[in-house]
Design a protein around this ligand. Structure first.
Ligand SMILES: CCCCC/C=C\C/C=C\C/C=C\C/C=C\CCCC(=O)SCCNC(=O)CCNC(=O)[C@H](O)C(C)(C)COP(=O)(O)OP(=O)(O)OC[C@H]1O[C@@H](n2cnc3c(N)ncnc32)[C@H](O)[C@@H]1OP(=O)(O)O
Length: 175
């Protein structure tokens, strides 16, 4: 099924996943889809490996963590969250020489916490490589970053605008 891209999200300076100046990181761009899912299309590098041509499990979990956490901004653009619990199922090796699609969506918000689920799809946009469930605690951005600056949080224009994406996956909401 084809999903329309509604919005591109901001990037940070130094975050391991989305920091545009983090040279060891993934520099991922995140997009909000019309169905309430946030996605990033990305590819790891050799320095993200565990076994040869296999992405390290910690990096897989970082990708799922941030993608799910960002999905809250579709319905609550001003909300920031910190991860308090994350469960990851590694279903198949995540290759480093092919694009993958990471998807995250929110399943529940209650009080100061929200929950979401995520999936990593292979380059065929269908084969499930990993799945995840996360819980996040809503926190004021100034309590999260303390004295650190907010200035690196910025919109990065795409050279080729991503307007839609085709995914062969059913996004279920269990709660
Ligand atoms: C340039 C500016 C911007 C830069 C941004 C850069 C990058 C970010 C990129 C994108 C951002 C957008 C979205 C991304 C979303 C996620 C991405 C990844 C996020 C992370 O990678 S983030 C790192 C890992 N994450 C942490 O660093 C959290 C450490 N933690 C704490 O900071 C405290 O733990 C806190 C504040 C959560 C609560 O602390 P507190 O002192 O305010 O309150 P307290 O302790 O009383 O807890 C209150 C109630 O939460 C329960 N509770 C607490 N922790 C729990 C746990 N783990 N499990 C189950 N329940 C828990 C208690 O049991 C109590 O429950 P009850 O009320 O029922 O008793």
């Amino acid at each position: 099924m084809k999903y329309k891209v509604m919005k591109k999200q901001f990037n940070s300076d130094e975050c391991f996943v989305c920091g545009i100046h983090n040279h060891a990181g993934l520099k991922t761009a995140f997009y909000e889809l019309e169905n309430g899912v946030v996605i990033t299309i990305t590819k790891g590098d050799n320095f993200h490996q565990s076994y040869p041509n296999r992405m390290h499990g910690g990096i897989i979990s970082a990708l799922l963590d941030e993608t799910i956490g960002r999905a809250i901004n579709i319905t609550e653009p001003e909300t920031w969250g910190v991860t308090i619990k994350l469960e990851v199922s590694y279903r198949k090796p995540v290759p480093l020489d092919e694009e993958i699609v990471v998807c995250g969506w929110i399943t529940k918000t209650k009080g100061m916490t929200f929950k979401g689920e995520g999936v990593i799809l292979a380059k065929d946009r269908k084969t499930v490589l990993a799945t995840s469930e996360g819980t996040y605690f809503k926190q004021n951005i100034h309590d999260i970053i303390g004295e650190h600056r907010l200035s690196g949080w910025q919109f990065i224009e795409d050279t080729h605008a991503v307007t839609e994406i085709e995914l062969d996956h059913e996004f279920t909401r269990s709660e």
